[in-house]
Design a binder for this molecule. Structure first.
Ligand SMILES: Cc1cc2nc3c(=O)[nH]c(=O)nc-3n(C[C@H](O)[C@H](O)[C@H](O)COP(=O)(O)OP(=O)(O)OC[C@H]3O[C@@H](n4cnc5c(N)ncnc54)[C@H](O)[C@@H]3O)c2cc1C
Length: 215
């Protein structure tokens, strides 16, 4: 129900339409690409239509003349590591799987909800302030005078990566992921996320937004 994405590709790039059941009316409705109002980790089903529809099917349109998108930094590194210069789709798939298994904890083994925070979009001036103190600040163009920063990088530089508080903490390999090692209360994880948000605001003048749904 969100515009999931990773490594430079999002579901909105291949989405055609979906069929959803309107709970109040008991009717099926077709949603076009525009109806879904996709944004970065966003859709209408996460906002104004939250909890009103059950998505029952999704139609994708895939190209027979596919374009390989391997320009995302970490994918390039993984391909280089394996001496692959002319990657096939399978090579990209293998690279993604290798990166994910090395960086992301498996929810079957360690409780987690994937990326806890969205990558923040900020004014160029905010990036320039950070660059005054740090080298190689990861950033991606996000419209006129705007850039997207890597939330994981900010959290890591603020010293949170790998921090553990008895039964929960910030994952050691991926600072964006908060982990529950053993029966932690949701309120502890939530409090930790709020502490991180406050610290990033103080250190970098950047407001992180939670990506997960808090129930
Ligand atoms: C290890 C890990 C890695 C992740 N990596 C990424 C990533 O790289 N990129 C990314 O974008 N996301 C990532 N995520 C987040 C993931 O995309 C979301 O958790 C995913 O969208 C949840 O889908 P689900 O089917 O498991 O839904 P659930 O967790 O079951 O539900 C998620 C929300 O959708 C609603 N929902 C579920 N099914 C329907 C339906 N049929 N109709 C309407 N609403 C529905 C639920 O009510 C809930 O609000 C990651 C999560 C984990 C655990």
């Amino acid at each position: 129900m969100q515009n999931i994405g990773a490594y430079g590709v999002e579901i909105k790039d291949v989405f055609e339409s979906l069929e959803a059941y309107e709970i109040a009316k008991g009717e099926l409705k077709i949603f076009s690409h525009a109806d879904c109002k996709f944004g970065y980790r966003e859709s209408v089903f996460k906002r104004e239509l939250k909890d009103q529809y059950i998505i029952v099917s999704v139609t994708f349109r895939l190209s027979k003349n596919h374009q390989i998108n391997s320009s995302y930094g970490i994918i390039e590194e993984e391909l280089k590591k394996n001496s692959i210069t002319n990657p096939t789709i399978k090579d990209i798939s293998n690279a993604v799987i290798a990166i994910r298994s090395s960086k992301l904890p498996n929810p079957k083994e360690i409780g987690n909800a994937g990326s806890f925070f969205k990558n923040p979009v900020v004014d160029l001036s905010v990036l320039e302030e950070i660059q005054a103190n740090y080298e190689n600040v990861p950033n991606y163009p996000a419209g006129e005078n705007k850039v997207k920063l890597a939330a994981g990088w900010l959290i890591e530089k603020a010293g949170w990566k790998g921090k553990t508080f008895s039964t929960y903490g910030v994952h050691k390999n991926q600072a964006l992921v908060l982990v529950n090692y053993n029966n932690t209360k949701g309120s502890d994880i939530l409090a930790l996320s709020d502490q991180i948000i406050a610290d990033i605001e103080k250190k970098f003048n950047v407001t992180l937004e939670k990506e997960v749904n808090i129930i």
